[in-house]
Design a protein around this ligand. Structure first.
Ligand code: GLA
Length: 728
């Protein structure tokens, strides 16, 4: 169900206004106008045939308001007019000194590229604009796709060589986005590292350039390809927020710059670092899709629009996808020490708790008893599993659970049969040392033979066994990315071809095994992006499962990604940072995503088991609202006191309030929590799952809940609560 069925406004008064189409071409002014429920986007043809950005902001309703780009004058010989023109997709050529969207080197050394409009084509919600260099047939197709109901436009480009000579692309971006002219803007982005991913940053944009990127081959733990820009004063509930997310799982880059002319521009696409992509005559390169939108009501709304986009248009089964089941994974409990009897013992316990998907992690194959050997040898270890995996899987199925299996197909330990057979399959610069991170090397998936091998391994596993779910891991960054079998000119294509081949494997596997689900894991949250989300059901958010740390990781994750894709486990304490939190706190933290249990169930007390059984039952009552509903971030975990999130079901029937108290001092009461997004006139039955709600009325109106608010008894360290509201 999408937010706004009637997104378009057709109001013909004296002058004519917007039509019901999401894309209009105003022929007389040579302006393209893209319209969604939340915003408008316009560009037009400049006096020299350049395509100029005109507008990206709140919805416009009157086409007569729009004016074609006017000629600009040089301010001085140091400030050429090109720097004032806001070109939609500027080539690097002429006097242009900002971030270019495309830069090439021709075989004769000519590197000048000036793109001009040729033609366009509108097809429903899609627009293609054909551009061409002023001199030769370096052709660029700009793609636009409008998602009217969710307020988002996506942009990407195809560069085609229609000249007679090879040229080399040295930078290929997906789009440049322009904020309305002005200064005082602020940038939000997600940064971190392994076990501390997706932490939210918010900082002023000053003149100059700020880059977030990955040079690591995968999406990276250090930055996530998402940004938001506001005018400096937006909050969760107020203010305009421009935002974007790039659909790419390899080296990417988002450059945020403020020019000396009070113009903020955001340019993103393939990372030009160590990038070089030769195009023979007739060949083309397509850049990743860059989704962008403008929310009118704060950061909360910006996130909800992205969540809607992801659930309706990006995740593999879209709105038909099933709710994420409760999962069990023994990695933190058993490490590599897996075997049939041990897994079965855990499976029996997990099924009694209400678990629906049992996943066996690392250690089941080859000589994989530690991270030093076996990676690459995808045959079942006969000592650990004398009956193959068949017996374990049928027992797991008999217990009423689906079976999932951990794989890390892109990697190899040097101590493996695969490496001994194919030492040339790893990335390397011959004669130079190869960095072994976690004792492993990266297979060069840009090679088609490696791709076919990996596809074959996974296809065989999925064909032979009743595997519902692969946890697809990727546990190190790229290094020494040499590809000695191809020419030096082609070697740097590796960065892009690797990702395209990865996508190809996933697409083919999914097509052949339509029930198969996949989790994207890269040592935790190292591969979280909209490109992989087209092909997977879940992300492993972080290897850090400690609940208090998780609250901030989850906050940042939620800026860009829906809770539905956020795998979150309850694990044992003390955890990796030596902190111990109560089991209820760990459950309520994890129940804000796709709930999983990663604890050693053999060590749980009767009391733990009872509480877990209760919490899993509660999760099944509320998970549809968490996963498919609207998220309201009420109090941030960045404060040391109390944090709270609310989820409201799309049909308005259920709402959930999760609140967490880190610690209190001086016996201070936690703050009153004011709910959001409810129907003022509706009455809700109020259920406090643990009696910590101080307001005892069994029913309350939306008006009361939002304006009077709720008060809680949260006084212990790591105290927490959940309130379930059911509309009457
Ligand atoms: C990575 C994953 C973990 C686990 C291990 C197994 O670190 O993030 O969840 O699967 O690998 O080696």
């Amino acid at each position: 169900m999408l937010r706004l069925a009637s997104w378009f406004v057709v109001s013909c008064m004296a002058v004519c206004t917007l039509s019901a189409q999401s894309i209009q071409f105003l022929q007389n002014k040579k302006i393209w106008l893209l319209t969604t429920s939340q915003n408008s986007y316009a560009m037009g043809l400049g006096p020299d045939g350049q395509l100029e950005h005109i507008y990206w902001g709140a919805p416009l309703w009157r086409t007569d308001d729009l004016q074609a780009p006017t000629p600009k004058r040089d301010i001085s010989s140091f400030d050429p007019h090109q720097m004032l023109e806001n070109e939609e997709f500027p080539g690097w050529g002429g006097p242009r000194y900002y971030e270019a969207a495309l830069k090439i080197t021709r075989s004769d050394g000519d590197r000048d590229l000036v793109l001009r409009y040729v033609s366009h084509h509108i097809d429903g919600d899609s627009l293609e604009i054909q551009m061409k260099d002023i001199n030769d047939a370096v052709d660029v197709t700009l793609h636009y796709r409008v998602y009217p109901a969710v307020g988002i436009v996506s942009r990407w480009a195809t560069i085609t060589n229609h000249t007679k000579q090879e040229f080399t692309i040295v930078s290929a971006q997906s789009a440049t986005w322009y904020m309305p002219p002005g200064d005082g803007y602020r940038l939000s982005y997600l940064s971190g590292r392994w076990a501390a991913e997706s932490l939210l940053n918010r900082e002023p944009i000053h003149e100059g350039l700020k880059v977030i990127e990955s040079r690591e081959g995968h999406t990276s733990h250090n930055f996530n390809p998402w940004f938001a820009v506001d005018n400096g004063s937006a909050t969760e509930t107020h203010g305009q927020v421009w935002f974007g997310a790039l659909a790419w799982s390899g080296n990417w880059r988002i450059a945020v710059e403020q020019t000396p002319y009070r113009q903020v521009r955001v340019t993103g696409g393939l990372n030009p670092f160590d990038f070089s992509y030769p195009l023979k005559p007739g060949d083309s390169l397509t850049t990743p899709e860059f989704y962008g939108g403008v929310a009118q009501n704060g950061f909360g709304e910006a996130s909800r629009l992205l969540h809607d986009l992801e659930r309706a248009y990006i995740e593999p089964h879209g709105l038909k996808a099933r709710v994420r089941p409760v999962l069990y994974n023994s990695w933190e409990a058993t490490g590599f020490d897996v075997n049939e009897a041990g897994q079965l013992q855990l499976a029996e316990k997990a099924s009694k708790l209400g678990v629906e998907l049992f996943v066996m992690d690392d250690g089941w194959f080859g000589k994989r008893n530690s991270d030093r050997a076996g990676l690459g040898d995808w045959t079942v270890n006969p000592q650990k599993f004398p009956h193959g995996l068949g017996n374990l899987i049928s027992q797991v199925n008999r217990l009423g659970m689906d079976f999932g299996l951990w794989v890390e197909p892109e990697m190899v330990n040097p101590d493996s049969d695969l490496y001994r057979a194919h030492p040339d399959w790893v990335m390397n610069f011959p004669g130079r040392p190869r960095s072994e991170l976690r004792n492993q090397l990266v297979l060069n998936l840009a090679r088609d033979d490696v791709k076919e091998y990996i596809y074959g391994v996974l296809d065989r596993l999925a064909t032979e066994y009743n595997i519902r779910y692969f946890k697809w891991d990727m546990n190190r960054t790229f290094s020494e990315p040499g590809w000695p079998q191809v020419s030096p000119q082609e070697q740097q294509e590796l960065w892009v071809k690797y990702v395209l081949n990865l996508y190809d494997i996933l697409d083919r596997l999914r097509a052949k095994h339509p029930n198969l689900e996949i989790e994207s894991c890269s040592g935790g949250g190292g591969r979280v992006d909209l490109g992989i989300l087209r092909r997977v059901e879940e992300f492993w958010t972080s290897d850090n499962t400690e609940a208090f740390d998780r609250l901030r990781i989850q906050e940042g994750f939620s800026e860009a990604y829906s809770a539905k894709f956020m795998s979150a486990w309850v694990t044992d304490v003390p955890n990796m940072n030596h902190r111990s939190t109560p089991l209820e706190y760990r459950f309520l933290t994890a129940m804000q995503g796709a709930l999983g249990i990663g604890a050693n169930l053999n060590k749980w007390s009767e009391q733990d088991t009872q509480l877990a059984t209760k919490m899993i039952a509660v999760d099944k009552r509320i998970r549809d609202t968490v996963q498919s509903g609207d998220l309201y971030r009420i109090l941030s975990p960045q404060s040391n006191d109390t944090s709270a999130n609310e989820y409201v079901a799309r049909n308005g029937e259920q709402a959930l309030l999760f609140a967490f108290r880190h610690s209190q001092q001086y016996n201070t009461a936690p703050p009153t929590i004011y709910l959001r997004g409810l129907n003022e006139r509706a009455v809700y039955r109020v259920e406090s799952i643990d009696g910590k709600l101080l307001d005892k009325q069994p029913e309350m109106s939306g008006a009361y809940l939002m304006h009077h608010g709720l008060n809680f008894r949260l006084q212990d360290d790591y105290d927490c609560t959940l309130v379930i509201l059911q509309r009457q």
